[in-house]
Design a protein around this ligand. Structure first.
Ligand code: GLN
Length: 507
């Protein structure tokens, strides 16, 4: 009996030490990152100038697009000018175009300035400023295409930007089921890859895209004429009046026309010389995708965001999951904690029963709707809460798989329920479920690739930005995939080592 007890004690101490050190490290990591995020979001607010947040989708040259890691363009110039005249500043948020109206409607941002077309449908949801620019939806086709105008679009594969006025017009008047892309640039690369016959897009970005890709032309007959304006939450008259007054003044003194004219003039990017060999072309593409304009930075910075979110969310998931698992199994084993168990079950049902992207959007737009909170923090909370549900079930299955005799042995040696659970059951459970936990972390890491939905520039979004600038789908996607793959391989390797260490301790 004493022999068993002594053996159990040393093993217990080692296993306990490993699992506790993991928990403590997770906890400290979580605290450090959360504190850093809080501090950084406080610093943003320090500036005394009134600050308004503006949503835009920054793959829309020359209205808004990336130059290096900065968003520039007509809308940005106009906002800067309005800011200068009124002593206010605007904070830009690049987000998916189809989230933009929701963002301003729910008060998540104060303003939309995104080459936004005034439409009757949108007027029901938001207030528009006066219009500051005219535009038209045009048709882009490959050179030599038989498509000559809107009348030829009915039975061909047409690409549009999801949620755009072009999308609505094409769907209602031309062909009921166009192919919808998150932005026009992606539709253009799909057409360059032979997957579409035509793309309907706003004229100014269309001109930029056509200049940047080979073998595409814009048809002379437009599909529809439009006007651009900024949009605000209904009833936000103070900001509306300020912007309208500034736009009027800027029109009167010629600033508006000068901004638009300058950006339009620069709107056709120069094309690189085509290399002769396939390898030469690949090297050229590599240069344009990653080296030119330091585009590799989108991937490097995105990678940091991805790692930060995944690590912190995993730490949060493990701690919360651990707690839930203990509550659930205590209820199962002893019949205590019934109410807490009920809440935990409800939580698990809801979290595991809904897609993580929907949870992320609900947390961002609804729960933190009117709070100005760092998006990284939102993502950490969303992925942490999501992961906790899976971790809880993994750990619970581990606890339940530990032989019941262990609990009885612990109790008969005079240890209380809590001590037996903490010192005997949990360390064994932890060791048993380590592979499953590792797997959950790998899933979590890859799941963070949906962060672009709330306009976070993670690794995947970094690749998207490059694609939208260079119209090359192949290399940016390949590179993003390779980076995720390397992280997963590294992680699997570390987990294997941890497992081996635990096994060794057992002996
Ligand atoms: N003008 C189009 C619209 O409002 C597209 C705008 C955009 O993609 N930024 O729907």
């Amino acid at each position: 009996m004493y022999g068993i007890l002594a053996h159990m004690n040393t093993w217990r101490a080692k296993a306990e030490a490993v699992s506790q050190s993991i928990l403590i490290r997770s906890l400290s990591l979580l605290i450090v990152i959360m504190a850093a995020l809080m501090l950084s979001s406080c610093r943003d607010e320090e500036s005394s100038m009134p600050t308004y947040t503006v949503a835009m989708e920054a793959t829309f040259p020359p209205y808004e697009f990336y130059q290096g890691t900065e968003i520039v363009g007509i809308d940005v110039d106009i906002l800067n000018e309005i800011g200068r005249r009124n002593n206010v500043q605007f904070k830009l948020e690049d987000m998916a175009f189809d989230s933009i109206i929701t963002a301003v409607q729910t008060g998540k941002v104060d303003l939309v300035a995104s080459g936004l077309t005034v439409t009757e449908d949108r007027k029901r949801q938001v207030d528009f400023t006066r219009s500051y620019s005219g535009a038209r939806q045009v048709i882009i086709v490959p050179e030599g295409s038989p498509i000559k105008g809107p009348e030829d679009l009915a039975n061909v594969r047409v690409g549009v930007q999801h949620g755009s006025s072009g999308d609505t017009h094409v769907t209602e008047h031309i062909c009921s089921n166009p192919e919808r892309f998150t932005n026009g640039a992606l539709a253009i690369s799909a057409m360059s890859a032979g997957k579409l016959d035509a793309v309907v897009l706003d004229n100014a970005p269309a001109e930029n895209h056509v200049a940047g890709s080979r073998g595409l032309i814009i048809l002379p007959t437009p599909v529809v004429e439009e006007k651009y304006a900024m949009a605000l939450q209904k009833g936000n008259t103070e900001l509306l009046n300020m912007i309208n007054a500034s736009l009027d003044a800027m029109e009167a003194d010629g600033t508006l026309a000068a901004i638009i004219e300058k950006r339009m003039r620069e709107n056709t990017p120069e094309m690189n010389q085509e290399a002769d060999t396939a390898f030469g072309r690949l090297m050229d593409d590599f240069h344009v995708d990653f080296v030119k304009n330091e585009r590799w930075r989108y991937l490097a910075e995105g990678l940091l965001v991805t790692v930060e979110i995944a690590l912190t969310a995993a730490a949060m998931g493990i701690m919360l999951g651990f707690l839930i698992a203990v509550v659930r199994s205590t209820a199962d084993l002893t019949g205590r904690l019934k109410v807490a168990d009920m809440f935990c079950r409800l939580y698990l049902t809801v979290v595991r029963g809904t897609p993580v992207v929907v949870q992320l959007l609900i947390i961002y737009f609804v729960i933190f709707g009117s709070v100005d909170i760092s998006k990284v923090l939102v993502a950490i909370v969303a992925f942490g809460l999501n992961s906790a549900a899976y971790v809880a079930e993994i750990i619970r299955s581990g606890i339940m798989s530990v032989d019941r005799g262990q609990m009885e042995a612990g109790r008969s040696l005079g240890l209380g329920y809590g001590t037996t659970m903490r010192s005997v059951i949990l360390p064994q459970a932890f060791k048993n479920v380590l592979p499953a936990l590792g797997n959950e972390f790998i899933v979590l890491l890859k799941e963070t690739s949906i962060c672009g939905y709330i306009a976070l520039q993670d690794l995947t979004k970094g690749g998207d930005i490059i694609r939208s600038q260079t119209y090359d789908a192949f290399l940016p996607l390949l590179m993003v995939a390779l980076i995720y793959l390397s992280m997963v391989i590294l992680l699997s390797h570390l987990l294997k080592k941890l497992e081996l260490r635990l096994k060794k301790n057992e002996r």
